[in-house]
Design a protein around this ligand. Structure first.
Ligand code: MN
Length: 202
């Protein structure tokens, strides 16, 4: 069973004005679709064919560039679409809010640290909020399409929130102004979904 490009849980224009429809359409139909197609090509006829994406990534041979780049791209974007919403923004509640306060002092503390992680990633990559078994949270960042599920990335735990800081994610609307894009992202975070992923993986 080959991997399939997931549908967005909303329309391409749902995140406007924070993320524009044209960027979303190209990002989904070209970039994410490309990773999906190339992932299927890379695993076809190998022992990885038929395995789940998390199983593939957690046991990944990091020298396998095709699966590393395209498997990461497939997983990362699938998560990215899910944790945004046109009704997003605000702050988390419940256990996740408590865990954020424990780890970062306050929601503002989290926002600052996550924004710094996204802002200082040189070149292309992702900023992550990850949960460890037991519920403790960590912020980290990875280059390219690497992610915390992969071995030895310097990021550990299960990713519950990810921000794509590749230029393809923001250049049409924000050009070189990555900090403006990062700030806008906080207006579309679907904290209910992030909480759901937190609870399922803590
Ligand atoms: Mn992307």
């Amino acid at each position: 069973m080959a991997f399939e490009l997931p549908n967005l849980p909303y329309g391409y224009d749902a995140l406007e004005p924070h993320i524009d429809a044209r960027t979303m359409e190209i990002h989904h139909t070209k970039h994410h679709n490309g990773y999906t197609t190339k992932l299927n090509g890379a695993i076809a006829g190998t022992e990885l064919e038929g395995k789940g994406i998390e199983e593939i990534l957690t046991a990944l041979d990091m020298s396998n560039g095709a699966v590393r780049n395209n498997g990461g791209g497939f997983f990362n974007h699938s998560l990215f679409w899910e944790i945004m919403s046109g009704d997003g923004g605000g702050e988390p509640t419940g256990n996740l809010a408590s865990a954020i306060d424990d780890a970062f002092g306050s929601f503002e503390g989290f926002k600052e640290k996550f924004s710094a992680s996204a802002g200082t990633r040189f070149g292309s990559g992702w900023a992550w909020l990850c949960v460890h078994k037991g519920g403790k949270l960590e912020i980290c960042s990875t280059p390219n399409q690497d992610n915390p599920l992969m071995p030895d990335t310097g990021c550990e735990g299960y990713p519950i929130l990810g921000l794509d800081v590749w230029e393809h994610a923001y250049y049409l609307n924000y050009q070189n102004r990555r900090p403006d894009y990062v700030a806008a992202f906080f207006n579309v975070i679907n904290w209910n979904k992030v909480s759901e992923i937190y609870e399922a993986n803590k």
